[in-house]
Design a binder for this molecule. Structure first.
Ligand code: NAD
Length: 475
């Protein structure tokens, strides 16, 4: 059945529908999803604006109960959600089910946060005057999300937005609308009042842009590419909206000579290639101390040859397809570029089978200056860059316009401590893959990777609330 948009508590049809296809079997249509218009976005914003005062004034217990029910429903339906997600995005069923679980946990976490939102009481410098600092919701929030985490990212934006009393218009990625549609169904079932959560599917340049420009949208939270983010930042500056953006990465993983390669190699394989490398936190620059470079490269080669690529729904599969044909073409273009730039390319070819499958690629003897080491590829490709020593490794790790995640594999407490302090990234991992984060602590980056305050954990309140300072003179 064709899937419609959710506007003001009603499933609303659209003038056109788009096919959602399985990247592992491109002939398989998962469903038809509404291709909304600017008018649909306009109506959704109107519904969200109308619903806002009651939702904002509702008891935090009511909001907590609604979110908690949504969390329970997501967890109860994790198998179905995981299957849909794996079919539309291409990550393995285990990863996809794990992502659905994470979405459920996020709703449960923010159910609690709805009750824990606290202000401050401060003595005034004037006698007889009290000062209170309160956190209040912003209003209608536009949420614009990417295709690579089609249930977790909508959840980690929608749950805090709703918990703190805002209403939402969500615009999911065109490539993966099914997971967000299921989330909308679940929020309805959980008893979210009409207009509190609205879903408008369709092209970003139409729906996303309409949200960015709309005067009744108070804030935009965006996750996606740098190029789209730049346009959104300009639009939000014009319409004076609060803005939060999480964008690309070129995340370094440093492997020191003292590292335990039984830890470092799996961490690099996971960080670079799992989820087909389609994670903003993927380890796309492996910075290896010269003295162990050859041993590391041999171990990586061996581990790569053992990876099982295949249909995401098969239990043995470790790496699924690339999410779309255009993404695959882009990745293959970067593999060719790596050769032209003088790297020795290991793997990286398209598999001779149906679907958008690509073998993981290592670019050996890469330099940090090559385009393949500077631009986000967003596929199963990683540069291996030699470092002379720790100082050189830190300098290389920080020599990037991005700053989302970074990692170091070492058995030295001193190197671990120094790296955590000197890394110019929002998240730093020691002896762990650069990807794979907890949901109850802040997530986000520095430099070109992020704009605005952090997502997730208690820090999400910074974005989804506004502070009011109230003075009272008790006459
Ligand atoms: P994208 O920028 O192409 O699209 C993201 C969203 O923006 C989609 O919903 C899209 O429809 C919408 N959009 C497109 N044009 C728009 C416009 N003109 N106005 C408003 N909205 C518009 O990104 P993508 O290809 O879906 O996702 C991949 C990118 O996301 C990568 O660069 C990746 O690094 C990034 N990402 C970052 C994080 C993070 O937290 N830092 C997490 C996941 C993905």
């Amino acid at each position: 059945m064709s899937k419609r948009n959710l506007i003001g508590g009603h499933w609303v049809s659209a003038a056109a529908f788009s096919e959602n296809r399985n990247p592992a079997r491109p002939e398989e249509v998962i469903g038809l999803f509404a291709r909304g218009s600017a008018e649909d976005a306009e109506q959704a914003v109107a519904a969200a604006a109308e619903a806002f005062p009651r939702w904002a004034a509702a008891s935090p217990q009511f909001r907590a109960d609604t979110l908690d029910r949504a969390g329970s429903l997501i967890l109860a339906r994790k198998g179905e959600l995981g299957r849909v997600l794996a079919r539309e995005e291409g990550k393995t069923l285990a990863e996809a089910t794990g992502e659905a679980v994470r979405a459920g946990q996020l709703f449960k976490f923010y159910a609690g946060e709805a009750l824990r939102l606290a202000g401050e009481a401060i003595d005034s410098i004037r006698s007889g005057v009290d000062v209170e600092v309160r956190r209040e919701p912003l209003g209608v929030i536009g949420l614009i999300t990417p295709w690579n985490f089609p249930i977790a990212i909508p959840a980690w934006k929608a749950a805090p937005a709703l918990a703190f009393g805002n209403t939402v218009v969500m615009k999911p990625a065109d490539l993966t609308p099914a997971s967000a549609h299921l989330l909308a169904e679940i929020l309805q079932e959980a008893g979210c009042p009409p207009g509190v959560f609205n879903l408008v599917m369709g092209p970003g340049s139409v729906i996303g842009a309409a949200l960015v420009e709309h005067p009744d949208v108070a804030a935009i939270s965006f996750t996606g590419s740098e190029s789209v983010g730049q346009g959104i930042a300009e639009g939000c500056a014009r319409s004076r909206k609060k803005l939060q953006m999480e964008m690309g990465g070129k995340n370094p993983m440093v492997v020191m000579a003292d590292a335990d390669l039984d830890v470092a190699v799996p961490a690099c394989i996971n960080g670079a290639f799992f989820s087909t490398g389609q994670r903003c936190t993927a380890s796309s620059r492996l910075i290896v101390e010269e003295s162990i470079h050859d041993a590391f490269a041999d171990r990586m080669h061996q581990a790569m040859s053992e990876l099982v690529l295949g249909d995401p729904l098969e239990a043995a599969t470790q790496i699924g397809p690339v999410a779309s044909e255009s993404q695959l073409c882009g990745n293959l273009g970067y593999v060719e570029l790596a050769r032209q730039e003088g790297a020795e390319v290991l793997g990286g070819g398209q598999l001779d089978r149906l679907g958008y499958f690509q073998a993981p690629a290592l670019f050996l003897n890469a330099s940090n200056e090559m385009r393949v080491s500077r631009e986000e590829i967003f596929g199963p490709c990683a540069s291996v860059i030699k470092a002379q020593d720790f100082e050189h490794a830190v300098a290389l790790a920080n020599d990037t316009e991005f700053g989302l995640s970074s990692g170091i594999c070492t058995t030295s407490l001193r190197y671990a401590r120094e790296f955590k302090r000197r890394s110019e990234a929002g998240m730093v991992m020691v002896n762990l893959p650069t990807a794979g984060v907890d949901y109850h602590v802040p997530f986000g980056g520095r430099k070109g990777s992020s704009v605005g305050s952090r997502e997730q954990g208690r820090y999400a309140a910074e974005f989804y609330t506004s502070v009011k300072t109230a003075y009272t003179f008790a006459v």
